[in-house]
Design a binder for this molecule. Structure first.
Ligand code: NI
Length: 270
């Protein structure tokens, strides 16, 4: 990749990180703890959320990464949560993978479908076409009452409704750490520093046999301005991933649907 493209992409990632730590100060604190411990923190992946509305969908976000050389690599189904996802990789393996999920609007209740269609209609196509769309937040006025009603059926729908388009989580590559190669040891370090881990399905999702082990913090609540007042709701979370080599010796780069299914619950209300 030419140097100027690398610089632009690095800037793009940095802007995403800065947006993310604004609503997830705990990620910034954990990142600092690793840096203080002498670690060089590399991101395994960045996750984004959207709806499969004709104006949006995975492609509306993916296009901004494809432009920089990212390629589609895997797809995942989450039947119960009514989600579909794809992941993208760059030939420069030091760059994070991009994991984009979408809520399947044809499978949710008319209430969710109509609420989401109503807010999506307010986004101008030129806004979606701009690369800053990926961290542009919400483009509509929200109500806390509607948020709660959405959350009762789909926590995912309520999160995107409340926050719009922005990174849902960044993920530390455990493989790139020097002193926390063991995920149990890393989890202990996180808990020792008073951060809460997502325990849905156990703190560690996946096994060495599945070639991927993951854990994540529970999203802390932050104060969010709605049209009808300010309310505390779960923000973003920080994830940790350890990858294992395949038979060809290369590290597995995909995702495990049943692990990701539980990781999604990191933005549930504690
Ligand atoms: Ni993730």
């Amino acid at each position: 990749m030419p140097n100027d493209v690398t610089d632009k992409l690095q800037n793009y990632m940095n802007t995403m990180w800065n947006d993310y730590i604004q609503i997830n100060p705990q990620a910034h604190k954990i990142h600092s703890l690793f840096v203080q411990a002498g670690e060089n923190v590399i991101n395994d992946h960045i996750a984004l959320r959207t709806f499969n509305h004709p104006k949006l969908g995975i492609k509306s976000l993916a296009q901004h990464f494809i432009k920089y050389g990212y390629k589609e690599c895997g797809e995942y189904y989450f039947t119960e949560k009514k989600l579909y996802a794809k992941h993208y990789e760059h030939e420069d393996k030091s760059l994070p993978k991009i994991f984009i999920s979408e809520l399947e609007l044809e499978k949710v209740s008319p209430f969710i479908r109509e609420t989401i269609s109503g807010v999506v209609e307010q986004i101008k196509p030129e806004v979606i076409a701009h690369e800053n769309f990926v961290f542009s937040g919400k483009h509509w006025v929200t109500s806390h009452t509607t948020y709660l009603k959405l959350a009762a059926e789909s926590e995912y729908a309520s999160w995107v409704y409340a926050y719009g388009f922005r990174p849902n989580h960044f993920t530390v590559s455990i493989n790139a750490l020097k002193n926390f190669r063991d995920i149990t040891r890393l989890n202990d370090f996180i808990k020792l520093n008073n951060f809460k881990l997502n325990a849905a399905g156990g703190e560690i999702k996946g096994t060495p046999a599945e070639l991927l082990e993951q854990s994540s913090t529970m999203a802390a609540e932050i104060q969010v301005q709605f049209g009808d007042g300010v309310y505390p709701i779960p923000g973003c979370y920080y994830e940790f991933a350890k990858r294992y080599p395949m038979t060809n010796g290369q590290l597995y780069q995909g995702f495990i649907a049943k692990s990701a299914d539980k990781i999604f619950e990191s933005t549930n209300k504690a």
